[in-house]
Ligand binder design. Structure first.
Ligand code: GLT
Ligand code: MN
Ligand code: MN
Ligand code: MN
Length: 386
C-alpha cells in the first residue's frame, strides 16, 4: 500500500502546510497553525521531517527569552514525535527591509543585516539538527537594470555566500548549502534564474564543494524548462543537495501545486531519476493547498503529495520489470564495442582510425528508434492498464 513511512524521507516546510492562502489579490483564507501542531500532524501522516525559515518558528520581533521558550517547546515536540529538522533557511524576503534585495541590496546596511540575520538563522538551524541550509534569493533581483548593479549584485552575492560558508566552518556546523534558483516572482528578474545559472555561479565561490542546489519543480517550469533535465544535470555535477517537489503550469505565476497535480509524466520521470540515481536526501515538498481549501483540505494536500510520490515510485519499479518496455529500451540503444572504444579516450591512432572509417549513412538515416511505442507503453503503465 501507499502509506508513507519515515524511511521514505518525506519532508515539508512549516510554511507549506502552514500556508494561509493569501495571494496578491486576496487576504488569508485559513488561520495560522502552530509549528508544534504542524509537527504532530505531519508525524501522524508518516512524514520524516520538516524544514523551516527562522521566522516560521521564531517571530522577527521575539525577545531572546521568547525565542528560547519557543525553541525549547519545538524541540520537545520533535523529540516526542521523532520528526527531524532536515533543512533550515532564512526569510530574506517578507520584511520590507528586503524590498530591493538582501545580499544584493544596493544599500550596504541591508546587506550587513542580511548577513546578521542569516548567521542567527544558521545558529537556530544547527541547534535543531539541520544539515542542509537553503538560499532562495526571493528578493535578489531587479526591475530597473539602469540602476547599474547587475555586475555588483553578483559580487555582493558571492561575498555573502563566501562569508557564510566560513561562518559555518568556524562554528563547526558542517552545513551543506543549497542554492534555489527561480526565474522571476516576486522580482521582475531574479538573479541566478535557473539551475544551469546557479551551477555556473557555484564554480566561482571560494569553497564550491560546500555548495549545491535546491531545484524546485515549479521554478524551472515557470522558465519553460524541463525539470527532469535540470535534475539530471544537477545529479551529473554531484550538486543535487536537496529538492523542492511541487507542480506548476508553464508560463504562469508561481503556483506551488500538489506534487503530480499537473505534469504527471514529468513527475514520473523525476521520481524515476531520484530513485535510480540513489539520491538519498529528503523528498521535500515545497507546495501548498489551494486557496479554496480549509484545514482538512491542507492535510488531504499533504497526504496527496506523499501518496502520489509512492505510487509513481511503484510505477518506476514496474517500468523496470515490464518486459515489453525493457525490450523497447534495449532496441533503442545501438551498441558497437569497436566504435565505442575508438570514440573514447583520445589517442592519435584512434583519431586517425576514426577519420578513415566508413559509415553506412543510409542505414543511420532510415533507422526508426521506436520512441512512439516506448512512450505509449509508458503512458499505458501510468494510466494503470499495464
Ligand atoms: C518560499 C519560496 C520557496 C522557497 C522557500 C525557501 S520560501 O515559499 O516560494 O520556493 O523554497 O526560502
Ligand atoms: Mn514555487
Ligand atoms: Mn516557492
Ligand atoms: Mn522552493
Amino acid at each position: 500500500n501507499y502509506t508513507p513511512q519515515p524511511s521514505d524521507k518525506f519532508t515539508f516546510g512549516l510554511w507549506t502546510v502552514g500556508n494561509l492562502g493569501r495571494d496578491p489579490f486576496g487576504e488569508a483564507t485559513r488561520v495560522r497553525l502552530e509549528p508544534t501542531y504542524i509537527v504532530e500532524k505531519l508525524a501522524e501522516l508518516g512524514a520524516y521531517g520538516v524544514s523551516l525559515h527562522d521566522n516560521d518558528l521564531v517571530p522577527l520581533e521575539a525577545s531572546p527569552n521568547e525565542r528560547d521558550r519557543i525553541v525549547r517547546e519545538f524541540k520537545k515536540t520533535l523529540e516526542q514525535t521523532g520528526l527531524k529538522v532536515t533543512m533550515a533557511t532564512t526569510n530574506l524576503f517578507t520584511d520590507p527591509v528586503f524590498k530591493d534585495g538582501a545580499f544584493t541590496s544596493a544599500d550596504a546596511r541591508v546587506r550587513a543585516f542580511a548577513l546578521q540575520k542569516t548567521m542567527r538563522a544558521m545558529d537556530l538551524g544547527a541547534e535543531l539538527g539541520a544539515q542542509i541550509y537553503v538560499f532562495w534569493g526571493g528578493r535578489e533581483g531587479s526591475e530597473v537594470d539602469f540602476s547599474g548593479k547587475l555586475l555588483d549584485a553578483l559580487s555582493w552575492f558571492r561575498d555573502s555566500l563566501n562569508f557564510l560558508a566560513e561562518y559555518s566552518d568556524s562554528q563547526g556546523y558542517g552545513y551543506r548549502f543549497a542554492l534555489e534558483p527561480k526565474p522571476n516572482e516576486p522580482r521582475g528578474d531574479l538573479f541566478l534564474p535557473v539551475v544551469g545559472a546557479a551551477l555556473g555561479f557555484i564554480a566561482t565561490l571560494d569553497k564550491p564543494e560546500r555548495f549545491g542546489l535546491n531545484p524546485e519543480f515549479a521554478h524551472e517550469t515557470m522558465a519553460g524548462l524541463s525539470f527532469p533535465h535540470a535534475i539530471a544535470q544537477a545529479i551529473d555535477a554531484g550538486k543535487l543537495f536537496h529538492i523542492d517537489l511541487n507542480d506548476q503550469k508553464m508560463s504562469r505565476f508561481d503556483q506551488d501545486l500538489r506534487f503530480g497535480a499537473e505534469n504527471l509524466k514529468a513527475a514520473f520521470m523525476l521520481v524515476k531519476l531520484l530513485e535510480d540515481s540513489g539520491y538519498d536526501g529528503p523528498r521535500h515538498f515545497d507546495a501548498h493547498a489551494l486557496r479554496t481549501e480549509d484545514e482538512a483540505g491542507v492535510w488531504e494536500f499533504a497526504k496527496g503529495c506523499m501518496r502520489t510520490y509512492l505510487i509513481l515510485k511503484e510505477k518506476a519499479q514496474r517500468f523496470d520489470q515490464d518486459s515489453e518496455i525493457q525490450a523497447a529500451l534495449k532496441a533503442y540503444r545501438v551498441e558497437d564495442a569497436e566504435l565505442e572504444a575508438l570514440s573514447k579516450g583520445f589517442s592519435k591512432e584512434k583519431a586517425e582510425a576514426l577519420k578513415a572509417r566508413g559509415f553506412d549513412l543510409d542505414a543511420l538515416r532510415k533507422r526508426g528508434p521506436g520512441l512512439e511505442r516506448l512512450d505509449q507503453l509508458t503512458l499505458e503503465l501510468l494510466m494503470g492498464v499495464r
